[in-house]
Design a protein around this ligand. Structure first.
Ligand code: 13P
Length: 280
């Protein structure tokens, strides 16, 4: 069934774990994510990034998300990741996305607030939840503007001001991760996470989950992050699964890719301790 993230984030906050939010770019990836959710009996945040429209249109993503999201018994959130403009976000909501992100984190604080408020107003009237970003998680290939490469850490005081002003439902913060691959494991600012966690009550989101270090991510999940976005590692896992194999045809490529993606997502589920969801 399709749901918003409201209730499942509440469980994550209470029990101290995080959901992985994998980006899908085609039928194979979304079906693999659903397979993991059904096997482990956990909800899944099926994320589609606006910039991935080069692989899949918003309409196709909505069709896949609604089809797979509605036929499973597990709660599924169909989420627009890194929404960049109001038009696309409004279209996503009309197409049935249950959660949207407005990413105006490259703008100054007041402009970020203005754009986020606009989306919050539109989305809340339609029962859709909104994620926004404060500070800026630097971008790698396939994400956002390629000219913005440096992360700007989130200020705890600004995070509180932003959350109060916008009434956004969840907040992506920048504490040391970046989108894409790293040269070395990132250094996470756990003290900043702690200060933000103490100053805002809404669920916190970490972007750039790939290759961020298992211990780092487990600690983030335990110390107040409710969702970790992942993409690069999943795509690399599919590539690795096919590499050096004697594949004869497309069907074998797909099958090995699916297995690689599932193994990788299950690993994220383990380190984020998402199985706490079903425990008393
Ligand atoms: P990675 O590709 O670094 O895992 O980041 C994914 C992400 O943050 C999507 O919003």
């Amino acid at each position: 069934m399709l749901v918003t993230s409201k209730q499942i984030f509440q469980v994550a906050q209470e029990k101290g774990f995080a959901f992985p939010a994998p980006n899908f770019i085609d039928q194979l990836s979304i079906a693999s994510y659903i397979e993991v959710a059904e096997k482990r009996k956990i909800p899944m945040l099926l994320s589609f990034a606006q910039v991935h429209q080069e692989f899949l249109s918003l309409e196709e993503a909505a069709c896949l998300g609604r089809f797979y999201g509605e036929r499973t018994k597990m709660p599924m959130v169909l989420h627009l990741d890194h929404g960049q403009d109001l038009d696309t976000i409004m279209r996503a909501i009309e197409l049935g996305f249950t959660s949207v992100m407005i990413d105006a984190s490259m703008e100054n604080l007041e402009e970020n607030i203005r754009r986020t408020k606009e989306v919050v107003k539109y989305a809340h009237q339609r029962g859709v939840v909104v994620e926004a970003e404060i500070g800026h998680v630097g971008s790698g290939e396939n994400y956002e503007s390629h000219t913005v490469t440096d992360s700007i850490y989130t200020s705890p005081a600004e995070a509180k001001y932003f959350a109060d002003k916008t009434q956004v439902d969840s907040l992506a913060i920048s504490i040391g991760t970046a989108h894409g691959s790293y040269k070395a494991e990132p250094k996470i600012q756990f003290d900043v996470l702690q200060q933000i966690r103490q100053s805002v009550t809404i669920p916190l989101v970490l972007h750039g989950g790939s290759s961020s270090g298992d211990d780092n991510l487990r600690r983030c999940a335990r110390e107040g992050i409710s969702k970790v976005n992942v993409f690069t590692d999943l795509m690399n896992a599919a590539g690795q699964a096919v590499k050096n194999q004697e594949v004869q045809n497309y069907i074998e490529v797909k099958d090995l890719s699916r297995q690689g993606i599932i193994r990788c997502l299950e690993h994220f589920c383990d380190i984020l301790e998402v199985d706490k969801y079903g425990r008393a």
